[in-house]
Design a binder for this molecule. Structure first.
Ligand SMILES: [Zn+2]
Length: 443
């Protein structure tokens, strides 16, 4: 692994860097690792063992990558049902790290790492950062939460192994984040896109011009975001915004990341095997079709995941990326099948609201969706922050804006919603993932 780290860190791309492995060789490696992980899970994980037996399957039945579709899925509820250690494939003495979800109700989900798993996690993050054009000498501020959440420590290890100087601020305290960004000459920021927007707003209030800072890259993830949000961030700061993807169940951040071509996110396929399935039937879909992303960990030791249903909706992009990486790319995650709201029988995704709002001058990308039920009928209200300039303007201008938003949302959603304009900074800000939907419907 060290030679890979060094090669990526110095920015050269010898054939030994797995991002550029010729495709036949990559598929061969995937098959070998897939067979090994299936064999290991069959031996060590009771739940997987019994599901294989139910299907009359043995590890030897996986003869090529097409056979993967025969394997049973793993779902989030399997992690809850086997809490805390039921899906571990390594003895506790080999586990060097535990992370857990921060769910507010019920038991969290737990994930485990051996030393080798932490090394793989670090190496994929180095490859992410290198793909974003970062290298030795950069100063990377990590404002993802540190602790049980995988974001902070994941990015931290990767940035350090890259040879960058890491500023581990974790989330929160925007004023201090901005002060350190400025005083330490931070060149790259890792956080959620929503939190970065909050920092841009706060910096403006403090009289700090984000365009004057040496900051040149933002590695944003942990929540779905849109192309309109990217344009908004890039217009208001000096960063080139990169989308990074990951989830704790698979490894944490670093499953996939954009390169500088920004044409989808390269999946680190030597460690994570992607499939796209129909979210309803679970049937495998061909490359290029939109569906639910399913991932299998190819090298994870402590807690291998076989065909994990991510609930994230995307597609595998075909064709080679101009950067030369042979790794397949996935489209950015605009939505999760879990995020879908059903309002009066119409499917609505918060990302549709966000895109529509960002196209309208005078609104800020801070909004909230409030769902209520009145006389058996679902009502959706979208509260939108408007720029201070707009709010101080005449009432007529506000009404005009409200009408434009109403029209845009009706058009995009195919649904009549209520629009309420609120003052800038009046909606609650999250330190991490934005809470966009408040559902007050009682079923
Ligand atoms: Zn690329």
């Amino acid at each position: 692994m060290n030679s890979i780290l060094q090669a990526s860190a110095t920015g050269c791309h010898p054939a030994s860097v797995p991002d550029y492995t010729p495709i036949p060789q990559l598929r061969e490696l995937q098959l070998k690792r897939m067979q090994a992980v299936v064999a290991r899970a069959s031996r060590q994980v009771k739940l997987f063992q019994s599901r294989m037996a139910d299907r009359g399957l043995a590890p030897e039945d996986i003869r090529d990558l097409e056979d993967v579709a025969k394997l049973p899925f793993t779902e989030k509820r399997d992690l809850r049902d086997t809490y805390p250690f039921g899906l571990f494939a390594s003895p506790m003495k080999d586990v060097v790290r535990l992370h857990a979800s921060s769910g507010t109700t019920g038991k969290p989900i737990v994930v485990a790492y051996t030393k080798e798993d932490v090394d793989v996690w670090t190496s994929v993050l180095v490859r992410c950062f290198a793909g974003c054009g970062l290298h030795h000498g950069d100063v990377i501020q990590v404002a993802y939460g540190y602790g049980l959440f995988t974001g902070g420590l994941g990015a931290h290890y990767g940035a350090e192994a890259l040879g960058a100087a890491v500023v581990p601020t974790s989330g929160g305290n925007a004023d201090r984040q901005i002060m350190l960004m400025k005083d330490f000459g931070v060149t790259a920021m890792c956080c959620t896109p929503t939190y970065f927007l909050h920092l841009i707003d706060r910096a403006a209030e403090l009289g700090v011009d984000m365009k004057e800072l040496p900051l040149r890259a933002g590695v944003f993830g942990a929540e779905p975001w849109t192309e309109s949000m990217r344009r908004h961030i890039e217009n208001r700061s000096s960063v080139e915004a990169f989308d990074i993807y990951g989830l704790s169940e698979i490894i944490g951040p670093g499953v996939a990341c954009e390169c500088r071509c920004h044409q989808g996110l390269h999946i680190f396929e030597d460690h994570f095997y992607p499939e796209i399935v129909d979210p309803v039937t679970g049937e495998l879909l061909p490359d290029g079709s939109e569906g639910e992303l399913v991932l299998t960990t190819l090298s994870k030791q402590a807690m291998p995941m076989i065909r994990y249903r991510t609930r994230d909706i995307t597609m595998l992009l075909t064709g080679q990326c101009k950067c030369g990486r042979t790794l397949r790319r996935m489209g950015r995650i605009g939505r999760r099948s879990d995020d879908m709201l059903i309002i009066r029988g119409v499917n609505v995704f918060p990302s549709q609201v966000e895109s529509a709002l960002l196209e309208i001058e005078g609104t800020l990308p801070n909004y909230q969706i409030i769902l209520t039920r009145e006389q058996e009928l679902d009502q959706m209200e979208v509260q939108v922050e408007v720029t201070p300039h707009m709010f101080n303007d005449k009432i007529g201008a506000l009404q005009g804006l409200q009408g434009r938003i109403q029209g845009a949302l009706d058009h995009v959603l195919g649904l009549r919603v209520r629009v309420a304009l609120v003052e800038a900074n009046s909606l609650a800000r999250s330190e991490g993932k934005a809470k966009r939907v408040i559902d007050r419907r009682t079923s």
